[in-house]
Design a protein around this ligand. Sequence first.
Ligand code: 5GP
Length: 201
Amino acid sequence: MRVLEERIREEGLILSETVLKVDSFLNHQVDTELALQIGQEFKTVFGHLPVTKILTVEASGIQFAMAAGIALGVPFIYAKKKKAVTLSEGVYSAPVHSFTRQEDYVISISQKYLGPEDKVLIVDDFLATGAALVGLADIVEESGAQLLGVGCVIEKSFQEGRSLLEKRGIPVHALARISSMAPGEVHFIANEEQIKESAGC
Ligand code: 5GP
């Protein structure tokens, strides 16, 4: 998604070879117009599938799951990271190791909102080590629902997330795929549409 790549180039802060900060437009202050465009892009990619629910993890996946939910006309569920008293029984849970915070936590969702009748699209802001999304995929499996695919806004392709998911047979689509980065420079893997565009197709 070209507009997204441009914003990453212009505003992204590369804190190290593995951490990209996009707090000015994606995951602290949110450019709502861009978030809605991201939702539309997920519709373009996944709209032909019979998705009934979108699943994400709080907090930074929520705005994109909501935008995708609006575009696809389905509800979204966000997994909670802290065990709330209101979520005391009947939950699906999975352990996750956080790449950015270097800590372990458990994600949970209520069994009331996901079941064998559901067809799920997982949406998140970043695909890095894949730990968060593998945790969500485990929850979908436990619920008996069918996982149709994973859409993420930014993929750091040099980390192992995509291969972990693809090994499980889960289709993955990322709107911006970073092949490498270093302070002051970021390189993207062109997606199929961009390759066709530059070939004049
Ligand atoms: P993963 O489980 O794939 O390693 O990443 C889990 C979460 O960590 C992502 O959903 C995202 O919120 C956060 N994350 C991973 N890498 C980055 C990064 O480079 N920058 C930011 N801002 N968040 C990241």
